[in-house]
Structures are given as C-alpha cells and as structure tokens.
Design a protein around this ligand. Structure first.
Ligand SMILES: Nc1ncnc2c1ncn2[C@@H]1O[C@H](COP(=O)(O)OP(=O)(O)O)[C@@H](O)[C@H]1O
Ligand SMILES: [Mg+2]
Length: 238
C-alpha cells in the first residue's frame, strides 16, 4: 500500500504582497515500509514538504493522502488527532524534554497521546530504549548525553506509539558525519524490524546510501527519482 500519495501539490507562502512558491507541482508516492529521503540544498522546499506530509501545514493546491486520509483538508484539531494516531517526528535539534530522563522522554508520547496502561507502557519504553542501544543511559538526563545519543532517544520516542510513518527533517544536521551514518543505519534497522515507513530530509548526499528511494528537490520542484535498490523492486516509484 502507498502510505503517502502526493498529486501535483504546490505550496505558496504569502507575506504581505510577496508570494513565494516553496513547492511547485510535486507528485510522488511512498510505499509502506520503505525508507525514503528528500535531498536538496537549503531553500529547496524540504521542510515545507515534510510539514505538509506531517499535517503541520496545508498545501495551497493539489491532493495529498497520508495513511489513507486526505490530509489537505484537515483543520488544526483533526490534523493534531491524525498526527497522534499515525505519525512520529524526529527533529534536527532532537527536542528532548530537559527535565525528563531518557526513559521518561520515550514514555512521554504514550502518556500524552494514547493513554496506554502503566505496565504496558513501561514494557514498550524498555523495549525501545533497548532497541536504540540506550538501556545503560535510561536514567540519565538529556544534558548528560552526546548528540548522537540524544538522537537515538528521539528515534525511540518517535517509534513508541507505533506510528505508520516517521518524519524526520534533517535528523542528522547537528551530528558529525560518522554519527550521522550510524543514526541513518539505526533508523533503517528500526524500519526493518518494525516495518515503520520513514521519510526524512537531508542536504547531505553522503548519508543517503542506506535509502531505498531518493527524491531530489531543487527550487521547489522534484528533479529526479532514483530507482529502488536491489530487492525492493517496484516499490515507491514515481
Ligand atoms: N514561513 C515562511 N514564510 C515565507 N517563506 C518561507 C517560509 N518557510 C519557508 N519559506 C521559503 O520557502 C522556500 C523553501 O523553504 P524550506 O521548505 O524551508 O526549504 P529547505 O527545508 O529545503 O531549506 C524558501 O525559499 C524559503 O525561504
Ligand atoms: Mg529545512
């Protein structure tokens, strides 16, 4: 099943009399369980596109379906509910809550969104903290962690609600390239074990080796869609 179907979406930002076309007639599909990256220089429209897929903003025109729902027409409240049910987010500056421990940060979305019962919640948290290799740090606070460790925690937090789709806007921008490579491989292994679909953006071509599909954006237009790698034949082609 295609988890994201974008048909001719455009996005204009209007500031007073100035209208900026951030995305222009963009169409693509993301197959369920794939690992997809949007690549492009700063200003090419990556954040705008991820915000649209993440229901944080709406397209000016075009059709956009995410997990079977037409998200182009959702109002704020419905968008928020849709995000809680279907989406996970990983941010470039990690966005961990400083007064909560590693385990508490991972638990937080379950407390907020799902109302999962205590024992089950702790079991899920323990499993994910372990899966991202942070079990020994589970009682530490964010300021005691390296950048790469913080991003591991953010990945566990994004996955704890078992979302259909995880969106990550330049998740490795604040990491050195070695750590960035490790984080990308970790996200991919989480995809392989959990079947979660990952869509992320980066301006760094060096870290897209692990990706099934790369879409390149330039000035708001999709310029190229690479073939899927071996073994993923036929998935997520445009
Ligand atoms: N809130 C906004 N208001 C006006 N212009 C914006 C806004 N957000 C982004 N833009 C413009 O839209 C274009 C795409 O930006 P963005 O999606 O942030 O690109 P990227 O994430 O690839 O750097 C750029 O020209 C940017 O200046
Ligand atoms: Mg951006």
């Amino acid at each position: 099943m295609d988890l994201v179907v974008a048909e001719s979406i455009s996005k204009d930002y209007v500031n007073g009399k100035v209208r900026i076309r951030a995305l222009n007639d963009v169409s693509f599909r993301v197959g369920g369980g794939t690992f997809v990256s949007f690549v492009g220089p700063s200003g090419s429209g990556k954040t705008t596109l991820l915000n649209l897929i993440g229901c944080l903003d709406r397209p000016t025109s075009g059709r956009l379906r995410v997990a079977g729902t037409d998200v182009a027409g959702l109002d704020r409240r419905k968008g928020a509910r849709f995000r809680g049910r279907h989406l996970g987010f990983i941010f470039q500056d990690f966005n961990l809550i400083p007064v909560l421990t590693v385990a508490e940060n991972v638990e937080y979305p379950l407390v907020m969104v799902r109302g999962v019962e205590g024992g089950k919640r702790r079991a899920k948290v323990a499993r994910l903290v372990e899966a991202v290799g942070m079990a020994d740090e589970r009682d530490k606070f964010p300021d005691q962690l390296s950048g790469g460790q913080k991003q591991r925690v953010a990945i566990a937090r994004a996955l704890v609600t078992e979302p259909d789709l995880v969106l990550a806007d330049e998740p490795t921008a604040n990491l050195d390239s070695h750590t960035a490579g490790l984080i990308i491989r970790l996200m991919k292994s989480m995809r392989d074990t959990l079947g979660t679909t990952f869509v992320f953006s980066t301006h760094d071509m060096r870290i897209v080796d692990a990706v099934d599909v790369v879409h390149t954006l330039r000035d708001g237009t999709l310029v190229k869609a690479a073939d899927p790698g071996p073994g993923r034949e036929g998935e997520s082609r445009v």
